[in-house]
Ligand binder design. Structure first.
Ligand code: F6P
Length: 430
């Protein structure tokens, strides 16, 4: 009798406990789990996208409105407004191409007989299409940009006399005033990722030619120090979401997510500030033995928990597309690195249309960018396709990799110099 009573009390307690849990999470209560009678949906029973209730939209400012206000606030950017509007439209178009690459037979090499671009890399069909879209957007909507240089082309091109004519877009009347800007871009960074549906991106930088200089399509026009001449930079990341990130020098870094319902880029990331330090490192460690001793020692320190910035929490992430890897660092903090290797003694990344635009974005977001031996934006390019060892990220992480370069040389792999304080570093880098 007593034992029956105790069992009843026990059951009711358990029931009460489960009931309590079910208040926290309905899945813990059997009575609330609804198992569909037929798990196989027939085409008719699949809900149409319209019948799925859409969550309430946030009130976010569209990119074009943001641009209008920023360019109104800062006179020096007014000429760039139409250009950046066109770049936004180009990102929308390229996003569609990337999304449809496999279903519309757009992916694969552009020239099956083996055509490679000036870098010796095999061009994908999408590289060629995106290159055309970027050329049109930078040159076709105003006379602000005089000449453009692309990763996909050997030499820079004059917007009026070359690009617009070739694209049958007519040419800008010769009476219009001469623009003050040139632009560099990589239309589809990491395009090898397309085959496996991984993220890719577009990167661009806009340089203002120094006063008294006539901008033309000669290579010389493009060989400007990023620190003084690079005035705007951005990228478009085609990933789980499509994000356009832009900096107009002095106005911070802003991110706009493409809303798939309206097709608008909306201001989701306001005044992005990279954390002062982070735990993510993004390097291709397959080249570990090809890196210099400073970088090898640094990576070993990260993995053994001996890094001053990461401690025991170092975390590796590498997508293999600059835009995706750097965006991750920008949002979460840490360090992205493409150091020199024995095969590429200057690294792999191109200064003018990959490393410098990213460096400006990182610096404007409160981070830093270095070659390991000095500030990246201080490098004066010698040619348009010049490569540069590149480290981008949080100030403290970049400080640390620079300190490893100060400490260790390849000659004797021994400590060679005294470490500077981070204050000294910040003063000299910023
Ligand atoms: O353009 C260079 C690039 O495609 C970057 O986007 C990317 O970060 C890098 O190459 C990847 O190179 P690797 O395969 O050597 O790591």
């Amino acid at each position: 009798m007593w034992s029956i009573l105790l069992i009843c009390i026990g059951v009711s307690r358990v029931g009460g406990f489960v009931g309590g849990l079910s208040k926290l999470n309905p899945r813990w209560s059997n009575s609330r789990i609804k198992v569909p009678s037929n798990l196989c949906l027939t085409p008719d029973s699949i809900p149409s996208p319209d019948s799925i209730p859409s969550p309430k939209k946030k009130k976010l400012q569209p990119f074009l409105r943001f641009l209008e206000v920023e360019c109104w606030k800062k006179r020096e950017f007014r000429d760039l407004e139409p250009v950046l509007r066109a770049v936004m439209a180009a990102c929308q178009q390229m996003n569609r191409l990337v999304q449809r690459a496999q279903t519309d037979d757009l992916y694969g090499v552009a020239d099956p007989s083996g055509g490679a671009n000036v870098q010796g890399e095999v061009q994908q069909q999408l590289d060629v299409l995106c290159n055309t879209i970027m050329l049109q957007s930078l040159c076709g909507c105003s006379d602000a940009i005089v000449a453009v240089a692309s990763e996909e082309e050997d030499l820079p091109r004059n917007c009026r006399t070359d690009v617009l004519k070739q694209q049958s877009m007519g040419s800008t009347p010769a009476t219009l005033k001469m623009g003050q800007f040139v632009a560099c871009f990589d239309p589809l960074d990491g395009s090898k990722n397309i085959d496996s549906s991984l993220p890719v991106g577009t990167v661009f930088g806009i340089f203002r030619v120094p006063p008294g200089t006539t901008a033309d399509a000669s290579e010389k026009t493009f060989l400007m120090r990023g620190d003084s001449c690079l005035v705007a930079a951005g990228y478009c990341l085609y990933s789980a979401t499509t994000v356009l990130v832009l900096t107009l020098k002095g106005s911070g870094v802003h991110g706009f997510t493409l809303d798939p319902d309206t097709g608008l880029f909306l201001h989701t990331l306001r005044d992005i500030r990279i954390p002062p330090k982070g735990h993510i490192y993004s390097f291709n460690e397959a080249y570990f033995h090809d890196y210099n001793h400073a970088v090898q020692r640094y990576l070993n320190a990260l993995k053994s928990g001996n890094s001053a910035t990461m401690g025991k929490r170092a975390n590796a992430r590498y997508v293999g597309a600059l835009v995706a890897d750097v965006h991750n660092i920008l949002i979460n903090g840490g360090i992205y690195g493409y150091p020199a290797t024995t095969a590429h003694p200057s690294g792999k990344l191109r200064l003018l249309y990959e490393s410098a635009p990213m460096a400006l974005i990182l610096e404007q977001a409160g981070g830093a960018a270095s070659t390991g031996y000095g500030r990246l934006l201080d490098v004066i390019p010698q040619s348009i396709h010049q490569r540069v060892p590149t480290f981008l990220g949080s100030v403290e992480n970049i400080y640390e990799i620079d300190q490893f370069h100060e400490y260790y040389t390849d000659e004797n792999d021994e400590k060679t110099k005294e470490v500077q304080s981070i204050d000294y570093y910040i003063q000299n880098m910023a």
